[in-house]
Write a protein that binds this ligand. Structure first.
Ligand SMILES: Nc1ncnc2c1ncn2[C@@H]1O[C@H](COP(=O)(O)OP(=O)(O)OP(=O)(O)O)[C@@H](O)[C@H]1O
Ligand SMILES: [Mg+2]
Length: 216
């Protein structure tokens, strides 16, 4: 695979077993640079497990995968440095304020102070949280938490972004990639997951960022 070939993500036969249970069974797909790629499936289909492998957090049981040209099996730390990840369950600390959560993520990503300040202002604005920086995060309604979590995931302007159920709790009027325009147009690829009930295994969709923004 390769970036040189215009691919940001390329996986072949990716498999994850937990003991005798196979959660992800030999999936293969590729994502081109600049493409928004998503997969849909019912609860337990293996969407989050797949994303965690693509983020370098879970080591695949078999198969191979490359994210940004880095091997999931051999270079998981390099993959982690390159990507942004909004997990389905946990991204924010409830007992930190909104501002502190953003600062925390800036610290993890080692943003220089001036850039961290600039990006923090951008996240607050993008999430519609201006003036609420000192509010405890646990006091936010679910949809606002999702917006803040998205902002933290793309704070460092990663080349590749993984969003696990990013629209859960967010009202339909607010679901728009346009709000994040700067970061998504810079990202070489984005992958996200969502639920649907009619299929037992995940299925995929993809589009360019501009097509997605136009339809939102
Ligand atoms: N660490 C683990 N140990 C054992 N089984 C696991 C582990 N993580 C996930 N599983 C199992 O793997 C399967 C896939 O889980 P996963 O969370 O990837 O599904 P999902 O498609 O994201 O579901 P949801 O729509 O509920 O988020 C489930 O049966 C789950 O119980
Ligand atoms: Mg999941």
């Amino acid at each position: 695979m390769s970036e040189a070939g215009g691919l940001s993500i390329d996986v072949r036969g990716l498999t994850k077993a937990f003991g005798t249970f196979t959660a992800v069974d030999k999936i293969s797909f590729s994502v081109r640079k600049g493409e928004i790629f998503g997969f849909l499936g019912p609860n337990g289909a293996g969407k989050s497990t797949t994303i965690r492998m693509l983020c370098g957090i879970l080591r695949p049981t078999s198969g191979e995968g490359y994210v940004g040209g880095r091997s999931l099996g051999r270079e998981p730390e390099a993959v982690k440095r390159m990507i942004g990840y909004m997990s389905q369950r946990f991204t924010l600390y409830g007992d930190l304020t909104i501002g502190e959560n953003i600062d925390f993520h800036g610290g993890i990503r080692r943003l220089p102070a001036a850039l961290a300040k600039e990006r923090k202002a951008w996240v607050v604005e993008m999430a519609g949280l201006r003036g609420r920086e000192n509010v405890l995060t646990r006091e936010l309604a679910g949809g606002w938490k999702q917006r803040l979590a998205l902002g933290c995931a793309i704070l460092h302007r990663p080349e590749i972004v993984f969003l696990d159920e990013p629209t859960a709790s967010v009202d339909p009027a607010s679901i728009s990639f346009r709000r994040c325009g700067g970061s998504f147009s810079r990202a070489t690829a984005s992958a996200c997951s969502g639920r649907r009930s009619s299929r037992s295994r995940p299925s995929a969709f993809s589009s360019s960022p501009s097509a997605s923004a136009a339809s939102s």
